[in-house]
Design a protein around this ligand. Structure first.
Ligand SMILES: NC(=O)c1ccc[n+]([C@@H]2O[C@H](COP(=O)([O-])OP(=O)(O)OC[C@H]3O[C@@H](n4cnc5c(N)ncnc54)[C@H](O)[C@@H]3O)[C@@H](O)[C@H]2O)c1
Ligand SMILES: Nc1ncnc2c1ncn2[C@@H]1O[C@H](COP(=O)(O)OP(=O)(O)OP(=O)(O)O)[C@@H](O)[C@H]1O
Length: 590
């Protein structure tokens, strides 16, 4: 039988993989083990199949990063069989095959067929093969999860280093201020030095988290004046009591007992240490009411608060069409300038609905300045500020302190089967609501293999899967039957979309895990990933999406505090548990 021959038993082996396997290029196998129950099956074909599996394994051992298997429903059920005999070959992928001589298989092929016992033996051998292959896939998922976790740690560490570098810088600058004061006014030295010393002390004190950054305005030619980014301090409150101690220690072991001393997620308060000077205003397009409010707000912020203002290029054009007065409004030219916006902007104001908040978040691929979302949309779940009262709101925000919700984001990597290394091809995408992997326009059931760190979670068969943040729990995930979760709860929601199974309940995973969703090689169609409802990307068979918590949350200002705002939104926006109250009239317990 040559490599181009086709197996005529249609149910054993599916066409596309079959061709590739025998050329030694296959990336996945489809094992429909239940089909072995068919007693008419040609035993020689089974033997050949085993031989192909051996060849396949040898290739994969040589290039392990190409191993991906398909657990279709029948193989999964076989694998879950507790009665499956345990043998030495089950202990590991390499040992299971390297000890199995090819010659013996050749002999088997040539030997006369000896009844059903043989068939059963083979069926079991193939189950073992499938199990071993799945272990390898799990190993790969685990390695990828670990790689993602290291990457996340590296990014966190880098962000921390940058932060401490900046802190160091500002301390140095305060030190420089101190030196300047000494030179300028030697007679007043003690008082001024004390002031500067105090500032210096405050900056470097270990309470809370300070942000001291002094940054140059983007265009050095425009004017030599320095625009300082406002400095602020974050502190954590518990049950209304302000505490400057920001502790990451969650568990303590006092007297040998495990207790939860501190919880990491508390109400966070932001206090300006210097006044904000630059705001970015982002607006929903094609809305006259938004355009009018935007122009009015800019005039007020400029005239009353003397602030620097950035808008999107589209909005600047609109403003200049209205009046040349808006010439002072700044914008950017390209993506590169967008990537440095966070170093210039103290506050982001959004005028629109939830989509505009998502848009604002998507502009910042790294750190995000605090966002103040004004409601000019229909639902406004994440937009608690009333646009009619913008002056009072902004007065209070610019003065501080502000309660903020730190909305966690997910970072998603599309890992192409064709890519040689993880993450080599595509930049990570950050989402505030969710990443959805669905069937797109295909009418076939999606088939998605899901892994969590090094464990197989499940195979999603249905319309798709939503991996959502807790902020996104009230969006698409809610519509698909997921639970509503307070946005300060750190976690990743795992919500199926129309699963074709009676027992598929949504899950909530802890925030530290890495999830991997893989399109199996024998999938009938590609899947589609979309990020906060945008940027659809095709996932071909063999491609995967790796998702973990991003180190850069989105801080959004609260009207009251994060719990009050969340509850108000589910009541007013979603009419949660709205029911007419039962009257007193009627039967009573005696
Ligand atoms: N069946 C569904 O419910 C469904 C389908 C597709 C997309 N979506 C959601 O739409 C989001 C994109 O929003 P858009 O405004 O750009 O598109 P859009 O204009 O289609 O609006 C989607 C709706 O979802 C609401 N929404 C968005 N984020 C929310 C959140 N975190 N909590 C509560 N409601 C929220 C918006 O207010 C809006 O009413 C996606 O991230 C997804 O969550 C929902
Ligand atoms: N600055 C922007 N540039 C381009 N698109 C934007 C911008 N702001 C918002 N959008 C897009 O416009 C669409 C509608 O925006 P948004 O959700 O804010 O308004 P809405 O639909 O009226 O409000 P709601 O979400 O409360 O129903 C969204 O898809 C969003 O991604």
């Amino acid at each position: 039988m040559t490599g181009h021959d086709r197996l005529t038993t249609p149910s054993i082996y599916q066409g596309r993989e079959e061709e590739k396997d025998r050329e030694g290029n296959t990336h996945s196998l489809s094992l429909s083990l239940s089909l072995f129950a068919n007693k008419q099956t040609n035993k020689r074909i089974l033997l050949l199949l085993l031989l192909l599996l051996l060849q396949y394994q040898r290739e994969r051992v040589m290039s392990p990063n190409k191993i991906i298997i398909n657990n279709n429903s029948s193989s999964s059920s076989s694998l879950g069989n507790a009665d499956m005999p345990s043998s030495q070959s089950e202990n590991g992928f390499i040992s299971s095959f390297s000890l199995f001589p090819e010659k013996a298989v050749q002999e088997l092929l040539q030997s006369p067929v000896q009844g059903d016992d043989h068939l059963i033996e083979f069926s079991e051998a193939l189950r073992t093969v499938a199990k071993a292959l799945r272990r390898v896939a799990e190993g790969k998922a685990s390695a990828q999860a670990e790689a993602a976790e290291w990457k996340r740690k590296y990014e966190l560490e880098r962000a921390r280093n940058l932060q401490s570098e900046n802190r160091g810088k500002s301390c140095l600058e305060l030190q420089a201020d101190l030196d300047d004061m000494r030179t300028i006014n030697p007679t007043n030295q003690p008082t001024l030095c004390n002031e500067a010393n105090e500032k210096f002390e405050r900056c470097c004190s270990s309470n809370g988290i300070c942000s001291h950054e002094v940054l140059r305005n983007g265009n050095p030619d425009s004017d030599s004046k320095m625009v300082r980014k406002a400095s602020f301090k974050l502190s954590w409150c518990s049950k209304g009591v302000q505490s400057d101690q920001h502790k990451h220690d969650i568990v303590s072991f006092e007297r040998g007992n495990i207790t939860t001393a501190e919880r990491s997620s508390k109400q966070i308060s932001l206090k300006w240490e210097s006044s904000p000077q630059t705001v970015l205003i982002l607006t929903k397009p094609n809305s006259v009411s938004v355009q009018i409010l935007c122009a009015e707000m800019i005039r007020w912020l400029r005239q009353q608060k003397k602030l620097h203002i950035y808008v999107e290029p589209r909005v600047r054009v609109e403003l200049l069409t209205e009046s040349s007065y808006f010439n002072f409004v700044e914008t950017w030219k390209d993506e590169k300038e967008i990537s440095t916006l966070h170093t210039k902007v103290d506050l982001v104001l959004t005028l629109g609905g939830d989509g505009t908040v998502l848009w604002a978040a998507s502009m910042f691929k790294g750190p995000v300045p605090p966002i103040v979302p004004f409601s000019l949309g229909s639902l406004g779940f994440m937009t608690p500020f009333y646009s009619e009262h913008y002056k009072e709101c902004l007065e209070s925000i610019l003065k501080g302190p502000i309660s903020i919700t730190l909305r966690h984001r997910l970072q998603c990597h599309v890992v192409r089967d064709a890519a040689k290394n993880e993450y080599e091809a595509e930049e990570p995408i950050l989402v505030l609501n969710e990443v959805t992997i669905d069937r797109g326009i295909s009418s076939y059931l999606t088939n998605l293999e899901c892994y969590c760190d090094n464990s197989f979670v499940t195979c999603v068969q249905g319309d798709g899967l939503i991996l959502s943040t807790t902020s996104g729990s009230t969006a698409y995930s809610l519509a698909a039957g997921g639970s509503m979760v307070h946005p300060q709860v750190p976690g990743i929601l795992f919500t199926p979309i129309c699963p074709h199974s009676l027992s598929f309940r949504p899950l909530i995973m802890p925030e530290h895990v890495t999830l991997r969703v893989q399109v199996p090689f024998n999938s009938r169609s590609p899947a589609w990933a979309s990020f906060d409802g945008k940027d659809r990307k095709q996932l071909a068979p063999g491609d995967a999406l790796v998702c973990s918590m991003a180190p850069w949350p989105v801080p959004t200002a609260c009207l009251v505090d994060s719990t009050n705002d969340f509850l108000r939104s589910i009541h007013e926006g979603l009419h949660w548990n709205l029911r007419k109250t039962q009257s007193f009239d009627g039967p009573r317990e005696s």
